[in-house]
Write a new protein. Structure first.
Length: 339
């Protein structure tokens, strides 16, 4: 799945502008499923299996990534931007970006260090203090290349390094999308619904609509979640660890997960010798927050990849965790169709 992940991560698709990602996904699954695209831009794919299950089962991942959006063009040709999704301004300063449909190269800029006041030194500038330098000298010159409302995406290389590690932007949640594409291409044993949803990073909006449409009995959300497994973090603050297998949560800030399904995930992992872990903190959230309360309620599980430096140009996962997440998801699905 590494090659598939690379192709997905290198596509640009911040929340509300997921078109390129959607088109690629459809090209990968169109021969394996019945596809509809709803008014929000969610891809809803029905994969016909060999059998019809007792339960309607949904697997979901989001297509969008965090980034920025152009809000103003300054007189000197630089751009004012605001974040789209949870982006810490500390991770964007001096980073290279791509702007708009023209893929204009830019660099995130701020006040030079020697011009900072005593109060400003040592503090991370907010987005109101940041600009994007696209190499223009006037507003008129910049307006020929970019427009207000243009997407600003990280310009990040896909790299493998160390013992099976991968680094790129948008691993949250193109990794989940890659696993779902593989599940569809492998054709599930039973009829299964898959939703590739939009706008997760700005409020679980796509999942809210798509889960209402599907009206599932059970749902599996494939995600990436924060791993803070670095030397400076205390044990309980590491949340989860890269290389220790997929993460199955019992609770986050949006969802208390189905306890029976939580236990089933760890039981399945143990029986099949798949490494598996849970979070050591109640933190974050994902599309399960919208899915589990859809219509009359949906029994929901999240299977996530531990990811360092989430929501940055350099997200890091381990490929073995991705393979194990795929295996675990497929095995739990087989145990859920007819529960």
């Amino acid at each position: 799945m590494k090659e598939l992940l690379e192709k997905l991560c290198l596509l640009d698709g911040i929340s509300g502008d997921e078109g390129a990602v959607r088109d690629f996904i459809i090209s990968q699954i169109k021969d394996h499923s019945q596809i509809t695209v709803d008014p929000l831009g969610n891809v809803i794919a029905f994969c016909k299996g060999k059998k019809t299950p007792k339960n309607k089962v949904l697997v979901s991942a989001h297509m969008d990534e965090v980034g920025m959006i152009v809000t103003y063009i300054n007189s000197d040709g630089t751009l004012k931007v605001e974040c789209v999704g949870g982006v810490d301004p500390a991770v964007v300063y001096a980073k290279r970006v791509r702007v708009g449909k023209n893929k204009v190269t830019g660099v995130i800029a701020s006040t030079a260090v020697h011009n900072l006041s005593k109060e400003e030194k040592g503090k991370t500038p907010g987005f109101d203090k940041l600009t994007v330098d696209i190499g223009c000298e006037s507003r008129e010159q910049a307006q020929k290349l970019v427009s207000l409302g243009d997407s600003v995406c990280f310009d990040s290389r896909f790299l493998t390094f160390g013992d099976g590690f991968v680094k790129c932007k948008a691993i949250d949640d193109r990794a989940g999308c890659a696993i779902m594409i593989k599940l569809i291409q492998d054709t599930p044993e039973y009829d299964t619904y898959f939703t590739f949803v939009v706008q997760e990073e700005v409020g679980l909006r796509g999942a809210t609509a798509a889960s209402y449409t599907v009206d599932a009995d059970y749902a599996f959300v494939l995600e990436a979640t924060t791993a803070a497994d670095i030397p400076s973090a205390q044990a309980d603050k590491k949340v989860c660890c890269v290389g220790d297998g997929p993460v199955v949560s019992f609770m986050d800030r949006h969802t208390i997960y189905d306890k029976e399904m939580f236990d089933l995930a760890f039981e399945t992992a143990k029986e099949n010798h798949i490494p598996c872990q849970t979070k050591t903190m109640i933190a974050g959230g994902n599309d399960a927050g919208a899915i589990h309360v859809s219509r009359c309620g949906v029994r929901t599980t999240a299977i996530s990849l531990p990811c360092r430096y989430l929501h940055s140009p350099s997200c890091v996962i381990k490929l073995s965790d991705m393979q194990d997440a795929y295996r675990l998801t497929k095995l739990i699905l087989d145990r859920t169709y007819n529960r």
